[in-house]
Design a protein around this ligand. Structure first.
Ligand code: SF4
Length: 462
């Protein structure tokens, strides 16, 4: 088979693509309104993650830490969580949801965060905060398992599991967006609105692109409410756009409450957006309106302008979160490009059986590699020592030095992207996202043609 999926054959990681599970749980938690997560571990488990969020969105976020020190690391630090939650409740009167997010350290020492939640529910909340709505939710995210991607998936499932409650049908659909950008949420809401579909967009982070108001508001939070989460059990169906970032919650709702689930594909590219709209149509019975057919046509027209002349046969490396990478690879193939290496930064055993990866393997007729548990050295080594020639790199900012050192043009996509302005505002999903991606890839190549004097005269006559 010309397309192989294989695990990195080296022990250790040189320049990781992903960070750890608690990061994903923290991302899910900031998507909920009136929620501040407390991360049970060393302070850096919050400090660096919060910095990543702030760098990517250029916004400020609130996250707490139990800040475990030496004594707690040896003798247990449950007391610090208990005290931390009390401080949070005193300091923030609006807070209603507090996930306790475990880390490598506190999972290893065996701190019982489920016991802490029970104890606080029976004690502190009844005694000191009687009458106040507070939900304390233990979320287990040891960093020696999975990655930030699985941490997000686990946290989303655990929040839904905690709140979902059957009442009466609400006529809505649940939309689990996965780990996307504000621009993606806006684009998805636009598609839903054109189809006149009432949806609960879960872990909704559109306001992470927030205005600076005269009152000096300086923090961002998500828009998903407790009522939204509770109502997930009453929906007519769930669409989880990303298999690995929300798929678990969709499966839970189907199993527990018979809410039918459609998992993936992320609507990246024309083909996947078509599938998304068809899935919406099947689930709700609502037709796809002419306005979206026009949008599709505009995108195809724009894409046609750049595909054959500039994008065809261009060799690409793609890294980042699996649903994004697979979606981008599928789109690149549709654009006649050649994804050469796909790098997935964790060792999820399910990748091997992912139907979309299998479909990719069947589709390509040239040598393509899909590396799991990958790091940036896997990419650099191939460029430096194994004669991998690339025209373009697609991925987040952590890989920027490979682009710089080897003079390969790069389009920033994914999380975190902090070295280009405003990238979080541009959608990669939907027809608008397909158009943006194709045009930005072309523009990136144009700049490279000019700098390297590679047939740049074509741009005069195009
Ligand atoms: S690897 Fe462990 S110590 Fe480091 S940030 Fe992740 S959870 Fe915290």
């Amino acid at each position: 088979m010309p397309c192989e999926i294989k695990e990195k054959e080296r022990v250790g990681v040189i320049n990781p693509i992903f960070t750890c599970q608690p990061c994903g749980a923290q991302y899910a938690s900031i998507g909920i309104k009136d929620c501040i997560g407390i991360v049970h571990g060393g302070q850096g488990c919050v400090m660096f993650v919060r910095l990543l969020f702030s760098q990517h969105f250029k916004e400020s976020f609130e996250l707490a830490s139990s800040s475990v020190h030496e004594e707690g690391a040896v003798l247990g630090a449950c007391k610090r969580v208990e005290e931390g939650i009390d401080v949070l409740l005193m300091r923030y009167p609006h807070v209603k949801v507090i996930p306790i997010i475990s880390t490598c350290l506190t999972e290893i020492i065996g701190d019982d965060i489920d016991g802490v939640a029970r104890k606080l529910n029976e004690g502190l909340l009844k005694e000191k905060y009687a009458g106040r709505e507070v939900h304390i939710i233990p979320i287990h995210t040891p960093s020696f398992v999975g990655s930030m991607i699985s941490g997000y998936d686990v946290a989303v499932r655990d929040f839904v599991k905690y709140f979902a409650k059957k009442d009466k049908p609400n006529g809505k659909i649940n939309l689990l967006t996965g780990w996307v950008n504000p621009g993606d949420v806006t684009a998805l809401k636009h598609l839903l609105s054109e189809m006149k579909i009432d949806a609960t967009v879960l872990f909704e982070i559109e306001s992470f692109d927030s205005p600076l108001m005269p009152d000096g508001n300086h923090t961002s939070h998500g828009n998903t409410t407790i009522a939204d989460l509770t109502g997930t059990a009453d929906a007519m169906g769930t669409i989880a756009l990303n298999r690995y970032e929300g798929g678990k919650a969709a499966e839970f709702l189907e199993k527990e409450f018979n809410v039918p689930a459609v998992i993936g594909p992320a609507p990246i590219g024309i083909r996947n957006t078509d599938t998304f709209l068809q899935n919406l149509k099947k689930m709700t019975g609502k037709p796809i309106p002419e306005s979206l057919v026009v949008e599709r046509g505009l995108a195809i027209d724009a894409i046609t302008d750049v595909t054959h002349l500039f994008l065809a046969d261009k060799k690409v490396a793609i890294y980042g979160s699996p649903d994004l990478v697979i979606g981008l690879a599928e789109f690149c193939l549709d654009l006649e490009m050649k994804p050469m290496v796909l790098l997935l930064g964790d060792d999820n055993p399910n990748y091997v059986n992912d139907p979309r990866i299998k479909a990719l393997q069947e589709r390509v007729d040239y040598k393509m590699e899909i590396i799991t548990n990958a790091d940036f050295w896997e990419l650099e080594d191939r460029i430096k020592n194994k004669e991998l020639e690339l025209d373009l790199i697609l991925g987040h900012s952590k890989g920027r030095f490979i682009s710089i050192d080897y003079n390969i043009p790069m389009l920033r996509v994914g999380f975190p992207t902090y070295d280009r302005a405003g990238m979080y505002r541009n959608p990669v999903v939907g027809y608008a996202g397909a158009m943006w991606l194709a045009e930005q890839m072309a523009n990136t190549l144009f700049t490279d043609m000019e700098h390297k004097h590679k047939k740049e005269w074509i741009l005069n006559v195009w």
